[in-house]
Design a protein around this ligand. Structure first.
Ligand code: ADP
Ligand code: NA
Length: 330
């Protein structure tokens, strides 16, 4: 293996990806497929940790794959697959469950947040062990780097801890992976509540930019984004989180630095920033939507891509699982 190995996944849960998913993760996936041996997957096993309608889940998984292709993943340059098509994920997930402390798993803040919202009677054991399945996802491919948003940092630390524990107790088996988190786009905030990360469970739909929504509706959301009572466009994450978020999104889409943008908007009001951002997004999203629809219109091609992806993924995953089984006496 000459090129570094990269692995990441995204849930199919909501059908459309949101702008945080794209800028925080998927855009890096596209860049990293060039110089790395990259494995990317739609994590449907993670999705069933909360209730799903089977037909909707199946459709959302395909829509997710189409969006990844629409965003620029090239199945000739990366391995693109669906998690449940590779049974080694569930198999290694179980093994890693047996090497994870209950207290250790109990410290995962994303579980605490999500289960607090759901209540203990509807929270599944699957949701509790979700981070451990993610550990298996990464370790199966001997990944060197995992491109994710800031919210996944703790799960990556768990992955590193478990890999080191296993390697020490048995023999060197797993590569210790590093998180690949770009500071500027690691945490895209809700447009209506810039104190909270953009998420599919947004309190107000106006705060959430879904990539497959009508572009005119998204443009309106940018124009009504919550800012502050000041009028000067400057970058201050603490005092002006709304404006800072808009500047970071603009910078990511336009390629201009935040400093360049602040200079560019000197003497202009927030409205100018919002209008420009709405235009930038609309320009980017139109071809993205068109490409995504194109892939959805060709189900046979999508099936072919996924079958080939699962085959390539299993070639790597099965070797790791066999080694693990052998090391622990299975
Ligand atoms: P969600 O967090 O919306 O439930 P996923 O868990 O499927 O979606 O996350 C897919 C990827 O998107 C992960 O790498 C995650 O860190 C990233 N991500 C999610 N929300 C944001 C956000 N607001 N800003 C930056 N990255 C994000
Ligand atoms: Na997430």
């Amino acid at each position: 293996q000459d090129r570094p190995r990269v692995l990441s996944g995204i849930q199919p849960t909501s059908g459309s990806f949101h702008l945080g998913n794209y800028l925080g993760a998927v855009r890096q996936w596209v860049d990293l497929q060039e110089a790395n041996d990259a494995f990317y997957m739609v994590v449907d096993l993670h999705a069933i940790t909360v209730p799903q309608d089977p037909a909707v889940l199946r459709e959302n998984t395909r829509v997710s794959v189409a969006q990844l292709l629409g965003a620029g993943l090239d199945p000739e340059r990366c391995t693109l697959f669906v998690q449940s098509h590779v049974p080694e994920h569930a198999q290694l997930g179980w093994v890693m469950n047996c090497f994870t402390g209950f207290g250790e798993a109990s410290r995962m803040t994303q579980f605490k947040d999500k289960s607090a919202k759901q209540g203990s009677d509807t929270t599944t054991v699957g949701l509790f062990t979700y981070p451990v399945l993610m550990v298996a996802d990464v370790l199966l491919y001997q990944a060197d780097a995992v491109p994710v948003g800031e919210d996944q940092r703790q799960h990556l630390e768990l992955t590193r801890d478990l890999a080191e524990r296993f390697n020490t107790r048995f023999a060197p088996t797993f590569t210790i992976p590093k998180p690949y988190i770009l500071k500027e786009t690691a945490k895209i905030m809700d447009l209506q509540d810039p104190g909270a990360k953009m998420s599919k469970s947004a309190a107000s739909p106006k705060g959430l930019i879904n990539l497959l929504d009508d572009a005119k509706a998204s443009a309106k959301k940018f124009k009504s984004a919550v800012t502050d009572t000041d009028t000067v466009v400057s970058y201050d994450e603490e005092k002006k989180p709304g404006v800072a978020n808009l500047l970071r999104i603009h910078s990511a889409l336009s390629g201009q630095s935040v400093d360049q943008l602040v200079a560019h908007f000197e003497g202009k009001m927030y409205g100018a920033l919002k209008t420009e951002l709405a235009e930038l997004f609309t320009e980017w999203v139109a071809p993205f939507q068109e490409r995504t629809q194109g892939y959805l219109a060709d189900p046979a091609e999508l099936d072919r891509v996924l079958a080939r992806g699962a085959e390539k993924a299993r070639e790597v995953a099965s070797v790791t699982l066999e080694t693990v089984y052998d090391r622990i006496g299975l």
